[in-house]
Design a protein around this ligand. Sequence first.
Ligand code: HEC
Ligand code: HEC
Length: 346
Amino acid sequence: MSNHILNKENKKLITIIYFGFGSILIIGSILLISYLYGTPINTFVAFKKMPSVYYMNYDTALLDDSEDNKTIKYGFELFRNTPKYIGPDSDNQEIAYAGNGLACANCHLDNGTRPYSAPLIGIIQRFPQFRGRENKIGTIEERINGCMERSMNGSMMPEDSKEMIAIISYLNWISRYAPDDGKIEGTGFLKVDMIDRAIDIEHGKQVFLDNCILCHQKNGHGIKSADSITYLYPPLWGDDSYNNGAGMTRVLTSARFIKANMPFGTNYNAPKLSDKEAYDVAGYINIQSRPQKQNPEKDFPDLKKKPVSTPYPPYADNFSVEQHQKGPFKPIIAYYKQQFNITKTK
Ligand code: HEC
Ligand code: HEC
């Protein structure tokens, strides 16, 4: 009788050992394969497939040369190679609306079709919309000119100009499969945890030296293409970069862009930088000198709607300009919640 029980126990033990070894073998081989092929482990666990709208055809080269398609193709060219057509060094100074060497596609990656890179698929359906910066309902033309005056450090394109019409035609074309409300997963940028301290400039500089200078160069000025007008690697600061009124100068916004997209080739499913690294390097880039926006005090007629990491005054609070530039942002966010019941995220 006691022998029988022992046998049963033994069998149980053998089964446990069997399964134990089995799982170790399976987990071990996954680790080994991922090590050998350099695949990050979270690819197995957390790979997030985006809605099918991101996988449609957005290659303008496949369009024939009908009049409408010519306009779409010109819009694409303006978006991809902006400085060549409307930049300060372009041939036609009459339409030199842009004031720097950046292209729209430098920040709206894959020509506006990449998730977590402020994709513009569905943008036509998302407008008109309420805008805090102007405190009114804004049109798509006004939104494009928002990036024109800030990200491109330029001047407004007339709404009936050939260039504005072409850019909108291109955006309309990449929006053709978007839902009626334009709401798509992956708009904006990737979330970054709110770090409970000011940016650490020394750490940010180290992250920059380790991860960014191969392309953007140690002086942050990037590398021009052979045509000496467009950039192979765009400037992060200096005269040819975005001005201090741009969304990218807000530490919280640029940390989110960087986490999802940089170093170039990073997949949003497997960010290369940690949240702290993205936060500090965004801080380092944005304390460098860059063009200054004209009349910055005219932005945000309702100051309560100004994002907390906007680096220029005035504000609807008494925190210093420096704290709005470099954080910590948590106390400012808490203030708006308590004082005005407004939940700030950027
Ligand atoms: C320096 C980077 C940069 C450049 C260059 C740039 N943008 Fe933007 N753009 C942004 C950021 C940042 C946002 C805000 C995204 C957010 O907060 O969701 C934005 C938002 C937009 C939006 C609204 C997106 C939305 O989902 O509501 C449009 C439209 C737009 N940009 C068009 C353009 C066009 C057209 C150009 C070129 C003429 C351009 N941008 C150049 C950074 C840039
Ligand atoms: C392998 C080259 C490469 C590396 C390394 C790299 N970038 Fe970029 N970066 C690019 C390219 C190329 C673009 C423009 C993308 C496009 O036009 O499709 C870009 C665009 C940007 C932009 C928006 C445009 C601008 O000029 O402001 C920012 C901000 C940026 N990178 C920050 C960083 C930071 C921070 C790092 C390091 C953590 C980094 N990049 C590392 C190639 C690189």
